[in-house]
Design a protein around this ligand. Structure first.
Ligand code: XMP
Length: 558
């Protein structure tokens, strides 16, 4: 029996965490097929202090990494079979062993690699990670008589452990396990217990600690303080990994990587490409040229805004290409959502490539790949899941250009990218922007995409944005937008019968787009949006609200 509930996410398909995936879509194919090998290995972080999270497949591994980084300690997730050679460059000051669905006494259960024990590093084993410690260090783990799932009250055996510094002797914690420690490994003592776990926390004098509960989840209110105690009191970290320091380090790394080479970057208006481009610009100034392809599928005023920000305010070299006609011509009559993605992706890369070739010799392609994309493309099961919407499988790849990638955000989560963007002086409006899909409004128009429908949708989208911002809800929502359905319905306006489009409003809350819930928008806001759309957009006479969560729905309609 597994020790941790399996995640509903594990069955969901891969999603785009970065909103600028068009270019990487092609290059990732090159990487997977081993293509022409234009993809130089990215230099890893050179953060002064780091902690490694060894991943045993927990749904919470990312959350652990995020919590550690929130405490300003750089942290990377590595697979459970990572070798010392793979992590040595990080010079870790400590290791966290994640939870996971296996049981240590099962044949083939994943265990910690030897370096975890052989380098005198402090180790924090969480849930399955604790059982791994007990199992490998000479203790005994057995199936519990009952699973312990949910809230429990943790009581310290004896006060004074640095792990609990500043915390009361009893704490609410979140449990999720079936196995338990039956016998402590030699040299270990129990630090705390719950009703169901006689050993809920164990430790030895070398700073190896096991927690049966999950400190990383919000249901363990003191969890962050416990992680902080581990990092600062036991690993001796200082917490120096700030957005400002990241900017300094990243700038230096980019300079080293790029040298006197030339860099291109596709700007989309999204946060990730904006921050990536700004960092690269900070590092190598005019060696960078950005390309903005207006595919005609952007929102109202979006292309102008991007041009203003980057050309006028940031003084970057920016090539603006109006390719509206080309995209619309290629999309004519295309109704299948995957086909739309493919067409938009292919056309994009064609235009981008044409512009890049005009620039002469280019050596690097900068893009805003984020850490979740990196983690996911490591896991083969997630790659299979990617096929459901082929974000990363949209056609051929550029054959003429051989470029190395500059991916300065490769080790950052989305919220960290936003912080870095602010530290770089990008406008808050751009940095806080909700994600917008690469294929743009094309996948928010059910059925074929026409200029007329795009205009209708832009008007509706504008109203949704306006009202959501006026109600001060924009930043609380992961995404909020309008969808133009292919349904028409009868209405009445004044003395006239109307026959117009049905528009759906979609607003969701989410942590990372893997799962999402429909937002409980106030009725007054919905009323205002509906009223304005029907009054201000003549082609629309009915507005509905989408109350589907993900899963089973997706965030986008197509
Ligand atoms: P779904 O609809 O899959 O969306 O729940 C999850 C997140 O991914 C975005 N999305 C895309 N982004 N290209 C992108 O760059 C795409 O083809 C694409 N499809 C969905 C979506 O907006 C949401 O944030």
């Amino acid at each position: 029996m597994g020790t941790e509930a399996t995640s509903p996410q594990s069955t969901s398909r891969r999603v785009a965490t970065s909103d600028d995936l068009e270019v990487s879509a092609y290059l990732e194919i090159a990487r997977e097929k081993g293509g022409q090998q234009p993809l130089a290995q990215q230099p890893a972080s050179t953060a002064a202090e780091a902690v490694v999270v060894v991943d045993f497949g927990s749904q919470y591994s990312r959350l652990i990494a995020r919590r550690v980084r929130e405490l300003r300690v750089y942290c990377e997730i590595v697979p459970h079979d990572a070798t010392w050679e793979q992590v040595a460059h990080l010079q870790p000051k400590g290791v966290v062993l994640s939870g996971g669905p296996a049981s240590v006494y099962e044949e083939g259960a994943p265990l910690a690699p030897p370096w975890v024990y052989g380098r005198s590093l402090p180790v924090l084993g969480i849930c399955y990670g604790m059982q791994v410690l007990a199992h490998q260090l000479g203790g005994a783990v057995m199936p519990g008589t009952r699973r312990e799932y949910g809230h429990a009250e943790l009581h310290q055996d004896a006060a004074g452990s640095p792990l609990f510094a500043g915390l009361p002797t009893s704490l609410p914690v979140w449990m999720s396990h079936g196995d338990r420690i039956e016998r402590l490994p030699p040299g270990f003592r129990s630090l705390a217990y719950t009703d169901n776990s006689p050993v809920a926390v164990m430790a030895n004098d070398q700073g190896i600690i096991g927690l049966q509960f999950h400190p990383e989840v919000a249901h363990t209110p003191a969890g962050k303080a416990i992680l902080a105690n581990f990092l600062f009191h036991i690993c001796g970290c200082q917490g120096t990994w700030t957005p400002k320091n990241f900017v300094e380090e990243a700038t230096e790394r980019i300079r080293q990587q790029v040298g006197s080479g030339r860099v291109i970057c596709a700007l989309s208006g999204g946060v990730d490409s904006a921050v990536a481009a700004t960092l690269v610009h900070r590092a190598v100034a005019d060696q960078l040229t950005c390309i903005l392809v207006n595919n005609g599928l952007m929102r109202r005023q979006e292309p102008e805004r991007v041009v203003n920000t980057f050309r006028r305010n940031m003084k970057m070299n920016l090539v603006y290409v109006n390719a509206e006609e080309r995209f619309l011509a290629r999309l004519k009559g295309v109704t299948d959502p995957e086909e739309k993605r493919k067409v938009v992706g292919e056309e994009f890369i064609r235009v981008f490539e044409e512009e890049a070739v005009k620039l002469g010799k280019v050596d690097f392609l900068a893009q805003g790949t984020l850490y979740p994309d990196v983690i996911e493309s490591r896991a083969p099961e997630n790659r299979a899941a990617a096929k459901i919407k082929t974000h990363h499988n949209v056609g051929g790849l550029p054959t003429r250009m051989v470029l190395s990638l500059v991916e300065p955000l490769r080790y950052l989560f989305k919220d960290e990218v936003r912080e870095v963007g602010l530290a770089l002086g990008l406008p808050a409006e751009m940095v806080q922007r909700q994600p917008f899909p690469g294929p743009g409004l094309a996948i928010r128009i059910v059925g074929d995409v026409t200029r007329e429908k795009l205009e209708v949708l832009r008007s509706c989208d504008w109203i949704v944005m306006d009202e959501i911002k006026t109600a001060d809800l924009y930043r609380q929502l992961w995404q909020s937008f309008a969808v133009l359905t292919d349904t028409r319905s009868v209405g009445v306006m004044g003395d006239y019968r109307t026959y117009g489009y049905v528009v759906a409003i979609r607003a969701v809350t989410s942590e990372d787009a893997m799962t999402a819930d429909w937002a409980r928008l106030p009725y007054e806001v919905l009323a205002k949006v509906s009223n304005r759309i029907v009054n201000e957009v003549p082609q629309v006479n009915r507005v509905v609200y989408d109350i589907t969560s993900k899963p089973p729905g997706t965030i986008e309609w197509e």
